[in-house]
Design a protein around this ligand. Sequence first.
Ligand code: PLP
Length: 390
Amino acid sequence: MSGNSSDTVIQTNRLDRGFFRYQEEFESKALAVLRSGWYILGEEVSSFEKEYAEFTGSKYCVGVGNGLDALTLAFRALGIGEGDEVLVQANTYIASVMGITINGATPVFIEPDEYYALDEDRIEEKLTEKTKAILVVHLYGQAAKMDKLVSICKKRGLKLVEDCAQSHGARFFGPGNDALQNGAESSGKMTGTFGDIGCFSFYPSKNIGAFGDGGCIVTDDAEIDRTIRMLRNYGSEKRYYNKVVGVNSRLDELQAGLLRVRLSHIEELNDEKKRLAARYDEEINNDVINKPERRPGCEHIYHQYVIRCEKRDELAAYLKERGILTIIHYPIPPHLSEAYSYLGIKRGSLPITEHYADTVLSIPMYNGLTEEEQEMVIRALNEFQPGSQI
Ligand SMILES: *Cc1c(COP(=O)(O)O)cnc(C)c1O
């Protein structure tokens, strides 16, 4: 064990710091909701939906219970189910895949590129007459390259769903357009607005986090908006008149109110993470550590700062010894998880994905990470020499 006392340990996240920064606003909003006497589907939810649609540049937003439900209801609303195939990158959080399979559809895994994004050059070879949709995941907070994906979907008549659970506010600026990196205005569009439906999670650790579970979908399609509104509430548009067998998946008033507070500060919160990332980019300097690649035109809001190291487990143990905790996103790719053993996809069949799973490591990256803490992380990473510590 290290000699660190518990308060010098640097955690992978500190949600308390995110709360205390806007404590008064959160507390007064929470009290207001508690005192209102209205807790489900009220003014906070409809205001949040309006504000979030506006924020993303979508026509509609529907609040739901969590990110998995957003994905599940999205595929259901698009009529995707039994017998249909959905292409999805293999290196994602398993919830992306569950959104597909809960509907009875089959996930078809695509290897990622060097940006941890779905490799668009591998799409064609996986298309069959059963392919109905592509699910793109803006993993770790970097917007995926959307131009070609959108045109493939248009050409093939495929639906396009975006998993934006890690990309709140991240924009895609078009191929080769790196105006963003220069801080200039450009005609970028926000993730979630390129496909038929954008799915968001407000799990507490996400860039816009609730104080419990929450999620939403955004869309420009009035029919999809209406369908998901109905599905989230027992398949009912009119009280006690149920059109279909729906679910109970509603964003609640308390979370919606608190999310409105968080949303009002999102620019500042994302900017802070970008500054922290820029410092890591600049100051981490160790040949055995790969820093995350930035793709021109694809904004990165650093939900996670993910490095890669061939001696990943040794590095994680070494950091822990120095009082720095890390986390792996994700150690077991969905196709190798027990839940998906029925798909019969063997180890070795998605080598890039499996290699990432064995080598990625997320280092501390959160709002409120101090300069001194970051200094400690950087110094430890730069002093790491594989094989030299016992
Ligand atoms: C968090 C996350 C989800 C699921 O969101 P929940 O709100 O936890 O259900 C889905 N996809 C990705 C990529 C995520 O990171």
